[in-house]
Design a protein around this ligand. Structure first.
Ligand code: PGA
Length: 254
């Protein structure tokens, strides 16, 4: 089995002014001074990226990510931000296909595929999110849904793109609801995703692929999720907005 470095990302969503972002990152830097448990990625809103980038040392302990990008290089796309702009702002990562983007902004698998290509071409590592809604979980159809999301966005992508992707399993029913997937449910879904990636793209992509779990992660449930063999990290929303809870989640990686 390939050893996979754990990677924990904080998705701040549409939260934090620049001043609030700076104060949170300053606290995290203090709290995580001795942290060596894996990679940490902070994904503030666009407006705070440049200020947060200035606070982060060039060391890879805490890295910067964006929450979204537009696939075009530039042009008449009012309100959008390109991969090159994100790189310039100091980002190394970008979240692609979060369920809130799919649900509220109608993002399709085909569009997400374009985003993945654009992100990697500009030197960003995509955190690509998949996850089923509650009816698919309850009817047992969730594996079909996950397979279709993987195939829809990743089919035919070159190895150079696939090898940069970090996958995030985020069951929609667990996001912001306080109802996390159990460690067993997470492990089962992650194992299925890895198996499907192996079938689609081969073991050389599937075995080193890091798969994060996201959905109501807290300091209380982080460790039980992280010790599952196919859970290689976490994508944390609400609990990443507070230095104490995010630090305590990170410490459970060690
Ligand atoms: P949550 O969000 O931790 O607040 O459930 C996770 C996410 O949406 O990435």
């Amino acid at each position: 089995m390939t050893a996979r470095t754990k990677i924990v990302a904080g998705n701040w969503k549409m939260n934090k002014t620049v001043a609030e972002a700076i104060s949170l990152v300053e606290q995290l830097k203090k709290d995580l001074a001795a942290f060596s448990g894996g990679e940490v990625v902070l994904c503030p809103p666009f407006t705070a990226l440049a200020s947060v980038a200035k606070l982060l040392p060039t060391s890879p302990r805490i890295q910067l990510g964006a929450q979204n990008l537009h696939p075009a290089a530039q042009g008449a796309f009012t309100g959008e931000i390109s991969a090159t702009m994100l790189r310039e702002a100091g980002c190394r990562f970008v979240i692609v296909g979060h369920s809130e983007r799919r649900r509220y902004f109608g993002e399709t698998d085909a569009f997400l595929r374009e985003k993945l290509l654009a992100a990697v071409a500009a030197g960003l590592r995509p955190i690509f999110c998949v996850g089923e809604e509650l009816p698919d979980r309850e009817s047992g159809r969730w594996p079909i849904h996950l397979r279709s999301q993987l195939q829809g966005a990743l089919h035919g992508l070159p190895v150079e793109v696939l090898s940069e992707i970090i996958l995030a399993y985020e069951p929609v029913w667990a996001i912001g609801t306080g109802r996390n997937a159990t460690p067993e449910q997470a492990q089962e879904a992650h194992a299925l995703l890895r198996k499907e990636m192996e079938i689609l793209h081969g073991a050389s992509i599937a075995s080193p692929l890091r798969i994060q779990y996201g959905g109501s992660v807290t300091p209380q449930n982080a460790r039980a999720l992280l010790i599952q063999p196919d859970v290689d990290g976490l994508l944390v929303g609400g609990a990443s907005l507070n230095a104490e809870s995010f630090t305590s989640i990170l410490l459970s990686v060690e």
